[in-house]
Design a protein around this ligand. Structure first.
Ligand code: UD1
Ligand code: UDP
Length: 380
């Protein structure tokens, strides 16, 4: 029987981190699959960091990133460039991941070429059109166009069923973030940034980048972080700042030049996961970090009003605190001073599967294309 030709398309850091385990698994099972990797390079440096760690050499690199790129530019450039590649390669299935503009535009391109679409991390929802923006609609529109759904949890499967997607197209696989995490965290890992933190200090890890948080919400949060660091002299902050110039500017203006706030370049994923594993708690508006922290047993103050990851909130690890100064101050101080509350949130509970999501995705594809499940025959 001929091989199934699978084209993976991704473009940003989080897509790369969560697609890398799938790409590696497809390459491992190369008797059954012919894998073609396409990167849009919606991100450049932050994508390349991930490709290097997972030793992925893309077959096609659209290299589209521009400084301060707009959504219109991104969407049209992905569409313009992908058509020829889809014509030339004619894959059996295109795999996209998550909710970025690469995800959405690549699904539209595959649809125009009548190619089967598999959506990895399907079914996440806030049901709020502008929160997060544009990710909520990117994932809803991608799910509208998709043919196979790889839902990380039963909750995301339920969301898809509510939208009348057929049950036999949905596969609950776990989240490939956990597959990646299994590869990266090592107890003996040491990053030189940790030398900056005295052993008796508590380290708070911060990231913030979402479009809807840029401007006032971000300024408010950073100001509170600085105030709280001033008030508690046993805490230090490490913040690997996203390369978006809009984020860099505000972070440097408000958080720069403080002896206990370390603004650093984005870390590669191995460094970041290991640093997260050594943090006291995390403050973030990131999606991926909300999935990783419950496994690491690190409390997370989520700097957003909505989340598409309710599993982590139910598990007790995540607290949605928004970006209002009074709320951010209250919850930071709460975690710093209330050891019972801290312990409740710091218990490791992982709602995102056993780190075998990529294997299940391969099995589901094989099954749908009439082969026996290759990795474990799971879907027979
Ligand atoms: C994108 C995704 C968002 C995801 C985030 C992960 C969209 C609309 N947004 O947002 O869902 O959470 O990635 O980080 O798809 N830049 C660099 N180098 C890089 C990366 C970014 O210089 O390696 C700068 C560029 O000036 C770029 C800007 O950051 O124009 C914004 O990048 P963009 O991909 O448009 O938005 P993100 O906020 O990164
Ligand atoms: N991450 C990383 N280096 C950093 C910050 C984050 O490798 O300096 C990882 C993090 O572990 C997670 C992913 O990047 O896997 C999250 O990416 P991001 O926050 O940019 O996007 P989102 O998940 O919000 O879409």
């Amino acid at each position: 029987m001929r091989k199934i030709k699978v084209m993976t398309i991704f473009g940003t850091r989080p897509e790369a981190i969560k697609m890398a385990p799938v790409v590696c698994k497809l390459k491992e099972y190369n008797d059954d699959f012919d894998e073609v990797t396409v990167v849009t390079a919606q991100h450049r440096e932050m994508l390349d960091q991930v490709l290097k760690i997972f030793k992925i050499n893309p077959d096609y690199d659209l290299n589209i990133m521009k400084q301060r790129q707009t959504l219109d530019e991104l969407t049209s450039n992905v569409l313009l460039h992908l058509g020829n590649i889809l014509n030339k390669e004619s894959p059996d299935i295109v795999l996209v991941h998550g909710d970025t503009t690469t995800t959405f535009a690549a699904s539209v391109a595959a649809f125009y070429h009548k190619i089967t679409i598999g959506h990895v991390e399907a079914g996440l929802r806030t049901w709020d059109k502008y929160s997060p923006f544009p990710e909520e609609m990117n994932r809803q529109m991608t799910d509208t166009l998709s043919d196979l759904y790889f839902a990380p949890t039963e909750e995301s499967e339920m969301n898809l069923l509510k939208e009348n997607h057929a049950q036999n197209k949905i596969f609950v696989t776990g989240n490939t973030a956990i597959d990646a995490l299994k590869e990266t965290v090592n107890e003996n890992y040491h990053h030189k940034i940790m030398d900056l933190i005295a052993p008796n200090k508590r380290m708070i890890l911060v990231t913030m980048h979402r479009r809807e948080n840029q401007g006032k919400p971000m300024c408010q949060v950073f100001q509170v972080v600085r105030d709280v660091v001033d008030r508690y002299d046993d805490i230090e902050v490490i913040y690997p700042v996203h390369l978006n110039p809009a984020v860099q500017k505000v972070a440097n203006e408000i958080l720069g030049n403080h002896p206990r706030i370390h603004l650093i370049e984005p870390l590669d994923v191995v460094d970041f996961h290991n640093l997260a594993a050594r943090s006291y708690f995390i403050m973030t508006d990131s999606g991926g970090i909300q999935e990783e922290a419950p496994s690491l047993g690190k409390p997370v103050l989520v700097l957003r009003n909505t989340t598409e990851r309710p599993e982590g909130v139910k598990a007790g690890t995540l607290r949605l605190i928004g970006t209002e100064p009074s709320s951010v101050r209250k919850w930071m101080i709460n975690l710093l001073t209330d050891s019972n509350e801290y312990q409740r949130m710091a218990e490791a509970r992982n709602p995102y599967g056993d780190g075998e999501a990529s294997r299940r995705i391969l099995d589901a594809i094989a099954f749908k294309f009439g082969k026996k499940g290759v990795a474990q025959n799971r879907f027979e």
